[in-house]
Design a protein around this ligand. Structure first.
Ligand code: 3UK
Length: 559
């Protein structure tokens, strides 16, 4: 039924499972920088072109080795990428269009493997380190993956998928190559026999380059399919209009390369700018602050909860203030993954002087599509559609709402949602618009204000209440370290507002505190939004990408 594409790679599995054309979002390439040639290999564009244009000796990737900064230049990275690509093609026998699962922490080998897969015209399916055999099997089955490259310390869960006696056996997976490993047969050993000569496969701009599974919280994971062109387009949108990096910038941060937020921020954006990136395998807020100081990082990417904890640590008023946190090098900070509460923005600014750049992105859209620069912040807003994207707030019938009305966020631009063989395509894309599942409001000046995930809106006694608004309010109280707000089923009101609160050290969750917090919210926002129930907890459930798992809070509340 499918017609072969003129430039089809030998294995057309992923292309054949794209949604039918009428279910695609409208793609827009309105800017001059978004006019791409018909043939484009994203790894060649990011790496080979940097070397060819004379940047081979510039630093590309920094890593801490025994606490000391170690660097790989663009030329060194290219040599390593070429040799891995040779292993994939010559030893593993892979052909363009085959899928390769990648499993590793953020480090230079993981980055090199990703680039090698793309350069060889294969399809990268990067997975987050915390995923278990169950989730890996779902992805392997869905994307029909035959080969994996895995960081040795993470071997266990993926090895389970090759065991025919395991319930997580994934029969298509034939071979796993392990890296970060000194043993015989490791990728490091295999590459040592290779010449380092490898010409990038001449892919079409719209050949599939990667399948990113959504970090969705429930149900079967959805694979979002992205082309070589999409990787470059994400680099030519948000970074160009909001971040404005230069060659001397040093990026650092927490999002995994397996999350498209991290793929951009930790690898593709720095490379597109010929800048460098610091890859650290495990970061806490404390270690991220130390990393910024040690590597003199200039740009940081992380989630709101990290900025909040970093602000607390870096504040000079904090009794635990660590004089090692020298943040003088830091110039720009990007927050995404969930809404940035204004309280966090203000605390971080007070501690560091930096105005965070907030941006909403999605795995389906590849990266950020609404954001702002530090100069154009509007309190409480995510920003405006970035150049290259259009956005509007729609009602239930897909009609644009007037300013000031809460509705569904709809976006379109050079990238967009294409699920791999999934009926849910029909709910994400309607009439050419991508519907992200977020409730938003646009003001008269065109600024977009996040309200909540559409299915997280709380309806209490007929009122619509956005949990994040109540969270933002609670976070401005001096006793509150973190909080999460959900709707709890209630016979009389339908739902009531319930807050889970993590208190700062020295505060106690008793009745007096509950009364204090309730009164505080009633004074700051419309009183009907106040949390009728407050539960004090040690920590909140979060995904590996820093997102609050509200469904877990709801389960906890129901139990
Ligand atoms: C939420 C935000 C408010 C929103 C992502 C930047 O998060 C990313 O991708 P996911 O697929 O989740 C998408 C959903 O997350 N969200 C993200 N950023 C914000 N809500 N303010 C924000 N700034 O519900 C969105 O629909 O995991 C973020 C770049 C790439 C990404 N993949």
């Amino acid at each position: 039924m499918t017609t072969a594409h003129p430039s089809s790679p030998p294995d057309t599995f992923a292309r054949d499972r794209l949604p039918p054309a009428k279910q695609w979002p409208e793609l827009r390439f309105d800017l001059p920088e978004l006019q791409y040639p018909a043939r484009l290999n994203a790894a060649a564009e990011l790496l080979d072109r940097a070397v060819a244009e004379g940047d081979g000796r510039r630093p590309a990737i920094w890593m801490p080795v025994d606490g000391q900064p170690m660097v790989a230049t663009y030329a060194q990275l290219q040599h390593r990428v070429n040799r891995i690509a040779q292993v994939l093609v010559e030893d593993f026998g892979l052909v363009p269009g085959n899928r390769v699962l990648l499993r590793g922490p953020n480090n230079a080998m993981m980055a090199a493997c990703w680039l090698a897969v793309i350069k060889a015209g294969l399809i990268a399916v990067a997975t987050m380190p915390l995923l278990r055999a169950k989730e890996l099997k779902q992805m392997i089955d869905k994307a029909q993956i035959t080969h994996a490259l895995c960081s040795q310390p993470l071997w266990q869960e993926i090895a389970t998928c090759t065991n025919p006696n395991s319930e997580h056996y994934a029969p298509t997976l034939k071979r796993i190559g392990y890296f970060d490993d000194g043993e015989g047969g490791s990728i490091e050993e295999l590459v040592s026999f290779k010449s380092g000569e490898f010409t990038a496969v001449d892919t079409a701009a719209d050949d599939v380059a990667l399948i990113a599974f959504t970090s969705g919280t429930t149900g079967e994971p959805k694979g979002t399919v992205h082309f070589h062109r999409d990787i470059i387009a994400m680099c030519d949108c948000f970074p160009r209009s909001c971040l404005k990096p230069t060659k001397t910038d040093i990026f650092c941060g927490t999002p995994p390369i397996a999350f498209t937020f991290g793929l951009g921020g930790m690898l593709a954006f720095p490379m597109r700018a010929r800048a460098s990136t610091v890859l650290v395998e495990k970061l806490s807020p404390d270690l991220l602050l130390q990393t910024i100081a040690r590597f003199k990082a200039t740009i940081c990417f992380t989630a709101p909860t990290f900025y909040r904890q970093m602000a607390m640590l870096a504040s000079k008023e904090n009794p635990q203030h660590n004089p090692q946190y020298k943040l003088a090098s830091l110039k720009k900070c990007v927050s995404a993954g969930e809404a940035l509460p204004d309280a966090t923005r203000q605390q971080f600014k007070a501690a560091t002087g930096i105005e965070i750049i907030d941006g909403i992105g999605a795995t389906e859209m590849m990266h950020i599509f609404i954001s702002h620069t530090p100069q154009t912040v509007r309190r409480g807003a995510t920003g405006k559609p970035i150049p290259g994207y259009q956005a509007q707030v729609q009602d239930a019938n897909g009609k644009e709402c007037p300013p000031g009305t809460v509705g569904k966020l709809a976006v379109k631009g050079p990238t967009g949602c294409r699920y791999l063989d999934d009926p849910r395509q029909a709910s994400y894309v309607r009439k050419g618009w991508n519907l992200t599942g977020d409730a938003y409001m646009m003001d008269a000046d065109g600024y977009f204000f996040y309200q909540a995930r559409t299915d997280d809106m709380i309806i209490s006694a007929g009122y619509n209440i956005a949990g994040p608004e109540v969270e933002s309010c609670l976070l401005t109280h001096e006793a509150v370290a973190e909080c999460g707000v959900i709707g709890l089923a209630d016979e009389e009101r339908g739902q009531i507002v319930k807050a889970f609160v993590v208190l700062k050290a020295g505060y106690y969750g008793n009745q007096a505190m509950t009364k204090t917090l309730q009164d505080y919210v009633k004074k700051a926002v419309a009183p009907y939004k106040y949390p009728r129930k407050i539960e004090y907890v040690e920590s909140l459930p979060r995904t590996e990408t820093g997102k609050l798992q509200r469904f877990r809070l709801r389960q906890q509340a129901a139990a």
